[in-house]
Design a protein around this ligand. Sequence first.
Ligand SMILES: CCCCCCCCCCCCCCCCCCCC(=O)SCCNC(=O)CCNC(=O)[C@H](O)C(C)(C)COP(=O)(O)OP(=O)(O)OC[C@H]1O[C@@H](n2cnc3c(N)ncnc32)[C@H](O)[C@@H]1OP(=O)(O)O
Ligand SMILES: NC(=O)C1=CN([C@@H]2O[C@H](COP(=O)(O)OP(=O)(O)OC[C@H]3O[C@@H](n4cnc5c(N)ncnc54)[C@H](OP(=O)(O)O)[C@@H]3O)[C@@H](O)[C@H]2O)C=CC1
Length: 518
Amino acid sequence: MASIADYYAGKNVLITGATGFMGKVLVEKLLRSCPKVRTLYLLVRPKAGQSMQERVSDMMKCKVFDRVREDNPDFHQKIVPISSELTQPALAISPEDVERLTSCVNIIFHCAATIRFDEPLKHALQLNVIGTQQLLNLAQQMHHLQAFIHISTAYANCNRRHIDEIIYPPPVEPKKLIDSLEWMEDSIVRDITPRLIGERPNTYTYTKALAECVVQKESSKLNIGIIRPSIVGASWQEPFPGWIDNFNGPSGVFIAAGKGILRTMRANNDAVADLIPVDVVINLTLAAGWYTAVHRLTFPPAALVYNCTTGGINPFHWGEIEHHVMSSFKRNPLEQAFRRPNANITSNYLMNQYWILVSHKFPALIYDLYLRLSGQKPQMMRIFNRLHKAIGLLEYFSSQDWEWNSENMNMLMSHLSPEDRKTFNFDVRQLNWPEYIDNYCIGTKKYVLNEDMSDIPVARQHLRKLRNIRYTFNTLLLVFIWRVFIARSQMARNIWYFVVSLCFKFLSYFRASSTLTN
Ligand SMILES: CCCCCCCCCCCCCCCCCCCC(=O)SCCNC(=O)CCNC(=O)[C@H](O)C(C)(C)COP(=O)(O)OP(=O)(O)OC[C@H]1O[C@@H](n2cnc3c(N)ncnc32)[C@H](O)[C@@H]1OP(=O)(O)O
Ligand SMILES: NC(=O)C1=CN([C@@H]2O[C@H](COP(=O)(O)OP(=O)(O)OC[C@H]3O[C@@H](n4cnc5c(N)ncnc54)[C@H](OP(=O)(O)O)[C@@H]3O)[C@@H](O)[C@H]2O)C=CC1
């Protein structure tokens, strides 16, 4: 059987979501490890006043492509952007582009989605479900298509505790839901959304579950693989350890904790933190593309699902993550921290509310007062309100455990040659968590916040200054409280005189005994 790189040689690949976090790593890895791939067609929409060509040119300047750029400075010649808006009829692809794609594409990787947890249901449905259906329609017109790889999420079925590598019956028939929501006003849809999503926490997981059903329906006509990653984090090894470019999932939490803003969060110390490095997901995705294509004649006509998770193989827990994140940010602090990093997770609701009051709201009020008095605009309370909204949406995932069966990941690994196992490594047994978390934290500093590593001594100095401010503040507060007590209560005065005289007695005894020994 051909190696993975040999398989991709000369192939035309279509990718959606290439400008996103996982899409960029996918494009990079394909170009670097499968250098003979013919063309990558990227479906990209114009956005924020930029044409799709400008967006793709900007994307190729990203640091993530540095290694490819070194190997092949002309790598951009293999990339062809295609203008497409996935929420529009027929994906808004021009007839010429449709003609071009249907005549030459061999493999599709469908990564595009809205991953926002607060997305209105209609929009999430439009992109994650109807967009996927339209891409499948296009795929069926392709004359040389060998594999369609759909990126789903391990949490599509988070209403279950144990999740097998099968597609579960949908909560509702997707077509029926699409038809009924079409005529409804947005406000009505908003009102009935909680009833529709049921036990799922958000419209994202709900629409990703529906998308899997839509994909499965086409599996008798196309060779389909479905990848279900859990919580995708920074890269483990490639293209650089710790590469990450966004605030999604745990990254925003780590940054907020590293900046000393986030001090408390509801999470279960003993629950498995099912993080999976982005390069592992992409290696598995490329291997699954190869396997789906080369085994197409021997497959029964059903989509093969790969749960891409770590918990069952190499588990690590939220409590351990908290410890390593705090330790990493103390050794390599972020610049201009608000307070010294010191965050704790707790599963107790009341305890969390108490710490929110004492460690979030109270300091924010004082800081905003200081800003107001110095003629600046108060901002800390606003930042905390946004942070509370964001972590409120994540807590569902950090407070419970799931169990995923990942037999297909093992099966796929057993089909790889020793060489491919190294080049497309997705063996998470080798993952050293403390080292990974350390690189992850450094990655948020270098690649998300664009901070310079050479400024770490200044950042450490800043943390020392914050520690001294805290000690001074605490001492002054103690003295102030004590003075108030002493002034008002005879009993407090008596205790005070008793403690002071005890100290004097101890000191004189200590001095007398040291004179005797001399
Ligand atoms: C106590 C600390 C110790 C640490 C140990 C414990 C850690 C526990 C961590 C638990 C994490 C659990 C994570 C579970 C994730 C489950 C994932 C399921 C898997 C998936 O399939 S999908 C991927 C996950 N999707 C997401 O993560 C998206 C979530 N985000 C949203 O839904 C929205 O962004 C949100 C949070 C509703 C905010 O919306 P909005 O207010 O409209 O803001 P914007 O999105 O427009 O962003 C504006 C601005 O803010 C930046 N941003 C976004 N999120 C954060 C954040 N969490 N922290 C800081 N900053 C954030 C964003 O980049 C924008 O910046 P610009 O510069 O572009 O304006
Ligand atoms: N990140 C994670 O933790 C996990 C992600 N996943 C899945 O992986 C996939 C990729 O996620 P990730 O890279 O993190 O997400 P990102 O949000 O980083 O990227 C989403 C991509 O989809 C594109 N897109 C969004 N809307 C449209 C549209 N209307 N038309 C065309 N393109 C659009 C975006 O393009 P644009 O730049 O134009 O916005 C972007 O390229 C998703 O399917 C997600 O469900 C699964 C598990 C975990």
